[in-house]
Design a protein around this ligand. Sequence first.
Ligand code: SAM
Length: 693
Amino acid sequence: MLRGSWQRFRIRNPAAVILARGAFGPMTPADPTWDDNGRPRSSRYGDGYFGSEDSARESAHVFVDGSDLAARLAQHSATPFVVGELGFGTGLNFLLTWDCFARRAGEGRRLHFVSIEKHPLRRNELERCLSPYSDLRTRDLLQALPPPVEGVHRRVLDGGRVLLDLYYCDAMTALEELTRDGQARFDAWYLDGFSPAKNPEMWTPELLQRIGRSSRSGASVATFSAAGAVRRGLEAAGFSVQRRPGFGRKRECLQGQRGTGQQALPAAAHPAPTETPWDLPKARCSAPERVIVLGAGLAGCHVAAALARRGCAVEVFDAESPAARASGNPQGLLFHRLSHQRSSLADFSLGAFLYSRSLYGALFECGELVHGRDGSLDGCVQTAPPRGDFDAVRSAVAALPELARSIDRETATELLGTTSAQGGLWHPQSGWLSPPRVCAALLHHPAIRLRANCGPLLIRQASDGWRIEDSEARTLATAPAAVIAAGSTSVAQAALPQLPLRVARGQTTHVPGSSRLPLRHALCHRGYVAPAGTGEHCIGATFSPGDDSRELRIEDHRSNLTELARALPDWAPALQALNPSALDGRAELRCVSPDYLPLVGPVPDSESFASVYADLARDARQIISECGSYLPGLYLSTAMGSRGLSYAALAGELIASQIADEALPLPAELVRAVAPARFLIRAIVRANAIGRD
Ligand code: SAM
């Protein structure tokens, strides 16, 4: 998922880079050994995770106190306070920082902790390492941790006050990502990547330059090391460095500050772009205090919630009531179809699933969603084949039991509580959710105001941002920023450039639950079914691209029931006894894009794109170093297809991060893969191809 970790083949179209990312699978694990005091050691690096027996006091001394966090968090007025760490390890530094933040930071402040890890510890190893620290929020952290798959994993903790970004990749790859847009965001850095003698890769001058370049003026750096080369490297990266007493047997350690008059960094710290940076905005806006969101389906509700978590006041408008259209089915599966091969689509959809799973889990934990009534994330059986080679997926997940497990037909039958026609995969974190209940839970925030049943709405550019009008051209609200999240009706918004969006009709069939239709867990076959939530099974769903009818069709009910009877043969007699013409259901239009990835991000200025990048038509491989022009403050989140439950959460978080000008929750490659502007670039390149035909 990350740039440095795959081989790239640029094809003629720079917006459609084909990535040979190799096979999907787990990362190389840490495989620690344990010393006599039960502390972890790395045989790979020949070093201990901690230098002394009192790991927590050592970490607090070197990193938390070494960064003067207690005083700085108490005074910090800008938000979030951003901490970076090389080497997540056991997560102890993070937990201590969270603890300090919770005790010291003022009301409304936020912490963003970005940590990099190449060899994650396994869950049981982490439990062992963190077991002495039950006074810290170890349970919350363990619950939120992603499986060891490469990528950027954002987690929202403490009701949104704390963001944890785990860059599961090599440190240099992560720092390339974090410095790509040239923004100095970090307030503090912890350098904790084993000793320089044992792990020189974590201390190279180039890496330290990037640390410097990513740091705001006045930012701190702290490390357990007192090595002269580290001190010199940090000084060359713009820090003034002091020695201070070390912890335990260590005589000294280092701390430093990035000077206010930042010295120029060597050329290596400002490398030339390796691709046309059309996704980086030319102009940056300051985070707005108010945002308008058009659309109260999953896409709109998630972006509203992500903005509200940042303290932004949001007005959500809808022509109808919330979740009235494609997000209105009473049940949907939160599920990820694994692929043996990595690609933009596979990486985005896995990252989105894991992010949304953690977010929904937190909504159940805090009581906003109720288990059984609003959903149940206690596992899903998949009997439909995964994308690509099933055997390869099966062997990849053998080391990822928290993600999926290969199961035979008997186990599938046992898990479902009724005969399954096939075996397949068990996804322990998947399950079903009620999308309308999810929307209601997301909108339930004091910073969000819902304005439903407004009739047809139009977003127009205003002198000071964006205004939303009703069908009689009355202005309902204005704000410096607006998000169009109106599903298949988004295309009607004149502010958007021409985008290749299509509709796909999908019909569900609703069947009353009964003892003749037993089901313990959700099932994804060629369609899907979940245990009856509030008395009904919502059986889905047909998928008819290009069909824009919302009428219920008997043949679609038949098709849903036939597929289900094939998957669950014991259900067949009861399903066959149903009269399809008497059944209830919903037929709605999903919005889909040609590459099946959603459209999420700033709305491009199409005229500027056409002129600035016109030369790509002549040579798509050339690098035009100019950044993209975007309509200031306008964003789009749509084309989730039938994946709204998992895509919309990460899409909302991405847009909220873009609006707030914060570090993004995705690597650049995936930000480009979902950017609406990709279609403008593709059109420029294609125009040339057609012209030459
Ligand atoms: N800060 C951690 C804590 O609170 O538990 C301890 C970090 S431990 C001393 C060093 C970590 O750096 C290990 O987890 C190791 O896997 C990781 N690491 C080593 N080399 C790395 C690299 N090149 N890129 C990313 N992580 C690396």
